[in-house]
Design a protein around this ligand. Structure first.
Ligand code: ADP
Ligand code: MG
Length: 478
């Protein structure tokens, strides 16, 4: 019997607001424990939550980017459960009426095929605090800095059919929230994590199988591993005649397996009800239109423009657009040098990326500003310098703040394009290497490369190689 895998993802994105979703406390990561807290986050009696407008704007931005409906009226609800890191005894979330619903996202798979994944809903909620088990022996410490941090929970339809698709979808959402600048997407710091709901069913069956929910996955590789493990485990059970229990599981990256956390029977009944402390959230058309106008150009549109308007190879366009900061860097160069977009792309994807990898830095920390790289590329483009010299200058730029023109001037690097000067070098070389000259005349054309190399050497790399070629042939045949 063959089996079909069915997956739905719930992705938690930490929104990049300055303050928390219902209080004025800071959201800065890594502050001393329990210092980013206000009486609201601590759940003191008598306090009232005040909704952070920025979090609402960011949720709408996301909704528009995935072609979703934006609810003109949505409701905050209390999700009740007891846990030490949740001082109020409930989490404020959205339940029946989320701010965003019914959207979709197109993903691209390794074989080049495309697929649309439905987005059921995206709702606003607050994060809980953190339990720290390794600070004190036999005791657990609580850090409430994270309590009240705004989250957008993005829930997909059960449209995903494989671990590869799940990872592609997660990556596309990750890229999107970074493009929209609504989250830093930092997975190590927990700003982007997902729960994977996984089930299997006999191929051809309409009804969904019983699912398990693998919690708190914080890497694209782990989501694939966890799903592959779950699928195999569930199929094994079903083929042995056992049932799959509907339960919550945890993925353990060290052992590459999932383990049960708690089963549905002992799961909490959250007793959701509308939070009486918060008014319904109402959004007018004008606000939505304003946000729609502020949306940046997104990945797919960028790739299209790069290939169709700027005439860059498709693979290169995708490489550049994959990371929005890289795309911004590329476009900043283009503002100063718009003669050859493919040349810019080549330099970013080879030289620049090599430095970033070598130094483990992001492009924002890259030493060479777009305007300086533009100055270098301009001088290659107008034949002032050869690309060999340009690479040398590029390396020098890493530890100086001079422009290409300043360097070329100071170091006298201007390419020699004057025929008379080059001809002199050619005459010298042909005198010294008359044997090679005769070989060329006898039909051994490969020696031309050697002769060009000799002329380039004499010109200290400054002669225009194309001209050198021409002049050698002209002199030999004379
Ligand atoms: P809950 O509120 O209990 O988490 P939801 O119905 O909201 O459950 O679904 C949560 C996620 O689980 C969604 O992404 C949904 O697509 C997915 N899902 C629901 N049923 C299944 C199933 N049988 N197999 C795989 N995924 C499922
Ligand atoms: Mg769930």
């Amino acid at each position: 019997m063959s089996w079909e895998t069915v997956i739905g993802l719930e992705i938690h994105v930490q929104l990049d607001t300055k303050s928390k979703i219902f209080s004025g406390a800071s959201t800065t990561y890594g502050a001393e424990q329990n210092t980013n807290t206000s009486p609201v986050d601590l759940g003191y009696p008598g306090v009232l939550p005040v909704l952070n407008k920025d979090a609402v704007m960011m949720a709408i931005k996301f909704g528009l980017a995935v072609d979703a409906e934006i609810s003109r009226r949505s409701i905050f609800a209390r999700k009740n459960y007891f846990y030490p890191d949740l001082p109020k005894g409930y989490q404020i979330s959205q339940y029946e009426l989320p701010i965003v619903h019914t959207g979709s996202l197109e993903i691209r798979l390794n074989d080049g095929s495309k697929k649309v994944v439905g987005i059921t809903r995206a709702h606003l909620e607050e994060d809980a605090g953190k339990s720290i088990h390794d600070k004190f022996a036999n005791e657990t410490a609580i850090d409430l800095n994270r309590a009240g941090t705004p989250l957008l929970e993005i829930v997909s339809e059960p449209d995903i059919r494989s671990a590869e698709e799940a990872s592609a979808y997660m990556q596309k959402i990750h890229q999107l929230v970074r493009y929209l600048k609504i989250s830093d997407g930092n997975m190590q710091e927990g700003s982007f994590r997902c729960d994977a709901n996984v089930s299997v069913r006999p191929s051809g069956q309409n009804e969904l199988g019983t699912r398990t929910e693998v919690k708190n996955i914080n890497s694209f590789r782990f989501v694939e591993n966890a799903i592959n493990y779950e699928v195999e485990r569930q199929i094994d059970r079903l083929e042995d005649g056992d049932e799959v229990a509907q339960e919550t599981r945890l993925y353990d990256p060290e052992r590459d397996e999932t383990r049960p956390m708690r089963s549905k029977e002992e799961a909490n009944d959250y007793r959701y009800f509308p939070d009486p402390d918060l008014l319904p959230l109402e959004i007018d058309d004008e606000t939505i239109e304003e946000i729609r106008k502020s949306l940046p150009e997104l990945f797919d549109a960028k790739v299209k423009r790069y290939t169709e308007v700027l005439k860059i190879k498709e693979n290169d366009a995708e490489e550049i657009a994959r990371n929005m900061q890289v795309a911004e860097y590329f476009e900043a160069i283009l503002e100063n040098f718009n003669h050859d977009a493919q040349l810019i792309s080549n330099w970013i994807l080879s030289e620049v990326i090599a430095v970033l990898n070598r130094e483990s830095i992001e492009i924002n920390a890259f030493q060479i500003e777009p305007s300086r790289l533009a100055s270098l590329l301009s001088r290659i483009h107008d034949n002032t310098i050869s690309s060999t010299i340009a690479k040398d200058l590029f390396n020098q730029m890493l530890s100086s703040d001079e422009t290409a023109d300043e360097m070329i001037e100071k170091q006298g690097l201007e390419q020699i394009t004057d025929e008379d000067s080059i001809s002199q070098f050619v005459t010298e070389v042909l005198d010294e290497f008359s044997e090679q000259k005769d070989q060329y005349l006898a039909g051994k054309e490969q020696v031309l490369g050697f002769l060009v190399g000799q002329v380039m050497k004499r010109s200290k790399g400054k002669a225009n190689p194309k001209l050198v070629n021409e002049l050698i042939i002209r002199q030999i045949k004379r």
